[in-house]
Design a protein around this ligand. Structure first.
Ligand code: FAD
Length: 370
């Protein structure tokens, strides 16, 4: 049973079900893709080698490479190198979501949408059953193994295992898309935004989202009680009144969910550290390669970046995907066992897809008793 149909949960479901294991994937919202679709993040990071070459060389497993190639084709997009030399892939939200749905259908994964995990029953150190709430009905599920890809380690939380919260207040981000805009280039718009909105609002461009007449913007704020719709309307009115290229613009869409980058973390057999990430440590039982910089998004501050060596990458050992406390509980995506700065790198979608795919195979092997 897999909790949460984000990038990691989808990859885990496909990987686990491909060798005729019966897989149930539950998702509390009515959508597939997690933050990649509900928060409209718009770019897949962590896919390519971090080198100085103009060529985009994949540095991920075959599943993640194939997934990205397909999403790229469906999005009609091309990978981008930003001003810091980082490489990533912009995607269309519908393309990402539809591709996930197609894959899940092809692999005959049983999916329950609008279904929330609400309780976990244990016997000694093993999960015996899970209670889920689906459209006001409660059901009990008796899985052999549980993969928690909820992004917030909901299973460990419900069991009462002590979780690690992040030590600083994080920035919250709500993404919205504006159409009928008129700007020369992404750089030109970025400069104008900086100049005009400084000290007014914290808004920035979703990298790679710029086209001649459309752009996705990130609205960053700190108070979780903020009325996001009202604030974004205020930001939009300001942009329309003060920047010529927005004068005829309209809000095209608002993401369903505000994004909070890092959730509470549970401890696995190994805890990936910031040092492992920054020294590009390799492990014999690796589940994924990562090379995205550590990005620390503190409330009310500029993002702090800790870069990883060029031409190199770190690995995530399979022991980060296995709970230390609960025998039949596994993790993937931004739920893996990692310290707060290690996860600030390993949370990107390219890495979540890899740990998701890896954990599906690990569960298959564990059920076969290997
Ligand atoms: C503002 C922002 C910008 C970002 N930009 C980028 C970017 O440009 N590129 C990039 O690669 N990454 C980016 N990221 C990070 C990336 O989007 C996420 O870390 C990644 O998508 C996490 O995937 P996941 O599958 O681990 O978890 P999630 O996508 O969070 O999926 C978890 C799923 O579990 C479900 N769930 C939670 N609790 C329950 C429950 N009790 N029962 C059932 N279901 C439950 C949730 O509804 C959700 O669908 C960004 C993140 C944010 C917030």
């Amino acid at each position: 049973m897999i909790i949460g149909a984000g990038s990691a949960g989808v990859a885990a479901a496909i990987s686990a079900s491909s060798e005729s294991l019966s897989v149930l994937l539950i998702e509390k919202s009515n959508r597939i893709g997690g933050m990649a679709t509900q928060s409209e993040v718009g770019t897949i990071c962590g896919l390519y080698l971090n080198d100085d070459s103009p060529v985009f060389t994949y540095n991920v497993d075959d599943f993640t490479r194939e997934f990205s190639v397909n999403v790229q084709q469906l999005s009609n997009s091309s990978p981008v190198i930003n001003k810091d030399g980082l490489k990533f892939l912009p995607y269309k939200i519908e393309a990402f979501e539809n591709h996930c749905k197609d894959l899940l259908q092809k692999h005959k994964v049983d999916i329950w949408l609008n279904t929330e995990l609400t309780n976990v029953q244990m016997n000694k150190e093993k999960i015996t059953s899970l209670t889920v709430l689906k459209e006001n009905d409660t059901s009990e599920v008796l899985p052999q193994s549980v993969i928690d890809t909820s992004g917030v380690n909901i299973v460990s939380e419900l069991v009462g295992v002590e979780l690690q919260s992040i030590s600083y207040q994080q920035n919250l981000t709500h993404i919205f898309t504006i159409e009928n805009t008129k700007f020369k280039s992404e750089e030109n718009l970025a400069f104008i935004l900086l100049l005009k909105t400084k000290n007014q609002f914290d808004v920035s461009i979703v990298p790679g989202s710029f086209s001649v007449n459309e752009v996705a913007l990130k609205f960053n704020f700190e108070d979780k009680n903020t009325d996001v719709v009202q604030e974004i309307e205020k930001v939009f009115s300001f942009l329309k009144e003060n920047i010529a290229g927005f004068s005829n613009a309209r809000i095209k869409s608002l993401a369903d969910e505000t994004g909070l980058r890092i959730g509470d973390r549970a401890e696995g057999e190994y805890v990936l550290t910031e040092n492992d990430v920054l020294t590009c440590r390799k492990f014999p039982n690796s589940s994924a390669n990562g090379n995205w910089p550590i990005e620390i998004w503190k409330a009310n501050q500029q993002v702090e970046i800790k870069s990883i060596k060029k031409n190199d990458f770190y690995q995530i050992p399979a022991t980060c995907l296995k709970s230390k406390n609960i025998q039949n509980l596994f993790f993937a995506g931004r739920n893996i066992s990692a310290d707060e700065n290690a996860i600030a790198s390993a949370r990107v979608i390219g890495t979540c897809l890899q740990t998701g795919f890896a954990v599906g195979k690990i569960v298959q092997r564990s059920l076969r008793g290997k």
